[in-house]
Design a protein around this ligand. Structure first.
Ligand SMILES: O=c1ccn([C@H]2C[C@H](O)[C@@H](CO)O2)c(=O)[nH]1
Ligand SMILES: [Zn+2]
Length: 132
């Protein structure tokens, strides 16, 4: 899928964001190597630490459906520049996406930054660290 199409799907997922506290809506769209797309939005909670980001919602939806091989992830929010994923999402991307999964960071103005998991989180803690 073209990056503009995947970003549009992230924007559509963003419309479902449940953000009564921050009012900051985020959408994500994760495309598998077979071309299936899983949307995700951020979902907040009155117990703030339970808030889940849009990126992780999309990743967990896909993985929970048995998906393991991902081509691209688009993220969209109403930010000045391309949205910057939080550290927790970067760590989850490092574990569950591939090294060659393309990440499109975007905003509603049409700015797009194309990056990779390795660039977003150099030195990520991984299963190699865990099992020496
Ligand atoms: O890349 C990001 C950054 C923040 N958030 C969410 C978490 C919280 O619901 C709100 C404000 O931080 O935005 C995301 O979903 N993705
Ligand atoms: Zn996050």
């Amino acid at each position: 899928m073209k990056r503009e199409e995947l970003i549009k799907k992230a924007e559509e997922a963003r419309n479902q964001a449940y953000v009564p506290y921050s009012k900051f809506a985020v959408g994500a769209a994760l495309e598998t190597k077979d071309g299936r797309v899983y949307g995700g939005c951020n979902i907040e909670n009155a117990a703030y630490s339970m808030c889940n980001c849009g990126e992780r919602t999309a990743i967990f939806k896909a993985v929970s459906e048995g998906e393991r091989d991902f081509a691209a992830l688009a993220v969209s929010a109403d930010t000045d520049g391309p949205v910057s994923p939080c550290g927790a999402c970067r760590q989850v991307m490092a574990e569950l996406l591939q090294q060659d999964t393309v990440i499109y960071l975007s905003n509603l103005k049409g700015d797009i930054e194309e990056t990779t998991v390795a660039t977003l989180l150099p030195g990520a803690f991984s299963k190699e660290d865990l099992h020496g």
